[in-house]
Design a binder for this molecule. Structure first.
Ligand SMILES: Nc1ncnc2c1ncn2[C@@H]1O[C@H](COP(=O)(O)OP(=O)(O)OP(=O)(O)O)[C@@H](O)[C@H]1O
Length: 546
């Protein structure tokens, strides 16, 4: 990168106008693509609205330069583009990625057509003159300055806890929400902040043109070329864009000059070949340095605040239907402080659905949930996670891009950033993953993956842990270890609600059990008593378990 910026700084010394103009194009696309990758890389939300944000910047200068000096228009352009992105984000960043992409493309086109229509029908003519007196050199060096800021900001963001959190949301949104990450706020925030940079870039380069119209300012090719540059560079790091922009922009310039009618098709073909042979972009050619796993002395977690009097969790009349199928019908359930409670029943009886309703994974159709004395019905999982209601999943859900250490560090660093490292090591040691802290989920055994899910849940300092068949698939020795660990957690004051088919484990762990059948509670009470209940034996256990 140092070489790139040294070259960029020295470029005007060659005294060639062509070189300076090519330099502007290269740095322009490198900056847009690095900024684009800062959001899209970790969030996995592909935006085609770059031209909209860039165009807002250009038009900020085109419309306001008679009233304000150019240096004041650059931050203003940042603000306008960021505000537009905020609006777009609020409307779309809850959508799934593919809809977001289509929406952003539609939005950019809408703005281009809208500005054209307004100028034609209100102003009388389409397009504006830009008379800003700045030298090409000032423009060039301002752009280099912005590109450096964008790159440093992108790199620092990537290493920050917010970058870690955004990566987790891109890997598995639901698991991230259950780790306490406010996914939508984070996505919208980063989207708006990066869109602002695109607007600022538009404002910086606007004086290049004496006359702009919406076709030029909001050119959709800019969105595509930005995305292509970022993908060619590699989405893993914003620096990739600075590797990809010089060859790509220069090749595009060359082809447009030589084959004006076929340049785009040739670029498309080249890109297909590159994606085929270099799926991880140019950065993939270099060994990727994995983030370090910093070693901290183990530290105790913050002590849990005093438990409330009365039940910790209380559900009343909980009901959930999927289409015509009533999966959970009027379930009443209670967990008291320090208790381990079982939730058992035949396959498909609604256990996972009940856990989902309690943890905020699913919204109930009826009924209410109280946790820690507060009404929390329908609250999102991230809110409940931060209140101390943690869960594991029946099908293990981890973040493939995050190390074992980062899985545990992530929830902790949003509680107390200073202590998070030490606390993460303590939790990893506790579940037996200390030696594997630097590994990634793909290289974990099934048991270790389960331990890691538990460790991530423990990092929320939970008051209540919902375990969905967490003991399934363990061999007898592992099962014994796992039961001992859960016992310890319970002794420390963490309440447990355990969905399980393994009756010996339920017997060993649970003070009380609820039995579900076809979404309804058919029995509840002290474990041994309920497991002998004739109805439970009949619908679930069969005689040999009773
Ligand atoms: N998202 C969904 N859409 C449609 N039906 C669903 C959905 N989730 C669960 N169901 C249905 O709701 C019923 C209860 O499912 P649930 O997974 O809660 O049962 P379970 O007791 O946890 O089963 P298992 O022991 O096999 O995990 C099942 O009939 C299931 O097919």
């Amino acid at each position: 990168m140092g070489f790139f910026f040294l070259l960029a700084l020295a470029l005007p010394l060659f005294g060639s106008e062509y070189l300076l103009s090519a330099g502007v194009s290269v740095i322009l696309y490198a900056t847009l693509a690095a900024t684009w990758a800062t959001f899209t890389g970790p969030a996995r939300y592909l935006s085609l609205a770059t031209s909209a944000f860039f165009g807002i910047g250009v038009y900020t200068v085109a419309l306001l330069h008679p009233y304000l000096p150019w240096p004041a228009l650059v931050p203003l352009a940042y603000l306008f583009s960021a505000l537009l992105a905020l609006g777009v984000g609020l409307a779309t960043l809850r959508l799934q990625g593919i809809y977001f992409t289509v929406f952003t493309y539609g939005l950019a086109e809408l703005i281009r057509q809208g500005v054209t229509w307004i100028q034609r029908n209100v102003g009388g003519s389409v397009g504006n003159y830009i008379f800003v007196e700045i030298s090409p050199l000032t423009l060039y060096y301002t752009l280099v300055g912005i590109s450096l800021v964008a790159l440093i900001a992108g790199l620092r963001f990537q290493e920050s806890r917010f970058g870690l959190a955004l990566t987790a949301t891109g890997d598995d949104e639901l698991a991230a929400r259950h780790a306490g990450i406010p996914v939508f706020g984070l996505r919208i925030g980063v989207f708006a902040l990066t869109a602002g940079i695109m607007g600022a870039v538009g404002a910086v380069v606007a004086p290049r043109w004496v006359y702009v119209d919406p076709g030029l300012a909001f050119n959709p090719n800019l969105s595509f070329l930005t995305a292509v540059t970022a993908l060619l560079g590699g989405l893993g790091n914003p620096a990739g864009a600075f590797l990809a922009a010089p060859p790509l922009v220069l090749a595009y310039d060359f082809l447009s000059g030589r084959f004006p009618h076929h340049a785009t098709a040739l670029m498309g073909l080249g890109f297909i070949l590159l994606v085929y042979f270099l799926p991880r972009g140019l950065l993939g050619l270099f060994p990727t340095p994995r983030p370090q796993t910093p070693r901290h002395p183990q530290a105790a977690q913050n002590p849990a605040p005093k438990l409330p009097q009365g039940p910790l969790l209380q559900a009343q009349n909980l009901t959930k239907a999927f289409g015509g199928l009533v999966a959970v019908a009027q379930v009443d359930l209670e967990v008291r402080p320090g208790e381990a409670v079982g939730l058992i029943g035949p396959n498909g009886s609604g256990k996972t659905t009940v856990l989902g309703l309690l943890a905020g994974t699913l919204k109930p159709d009826g009924g209410r949930v109280r946790f820690l004395g507060q009404e929390v019905t329908g609250r999102p999982p991230e809110t409940l996670a931060r209140l101390g209601l943690a869960r594991t999943f029946q099908q293990i859900r981890l973040f493939p891009s995050l190390s074992v250490y980062a899985h545990v560090y992530l929830p902790l660093c949003f509680q107390d950033a200073e202590k998070a490292g030490g606390q993460a090591w303590a939790i990893l040691a506790r579940v037996g993953l200390e030696e594997k802290a630097h590994l990634y989920p793909a290289s974990l055994t099934y048991l270790d993956a389960k331990r890691l899910e538990l460790a991530r849940a423990l990092a929320l300092s939970p008051r209540l842990l919902l375990l969905d068949e967490w003991l399934a698939g363990l061999n007898p020795a592992e099962l014994q270890q796992a039961v001992t660990l859960l016992h310890e957690l319970q002794r420390e004051g963490i309440s447990l609600l355990i969905v399980e088919h393994l009756m010996p484990a339920i017997r060993a762990l649970c003070d009380r059990v609820y039995v579900l059948s076809f979404g309804e509670i058919i029995a509840q009470g002290p474990t041994e008593e309920v497991l002998r209940h004739p109805k439970v034996v009949e619908v679930y256990l069969g005689v040999e378990h009773a």
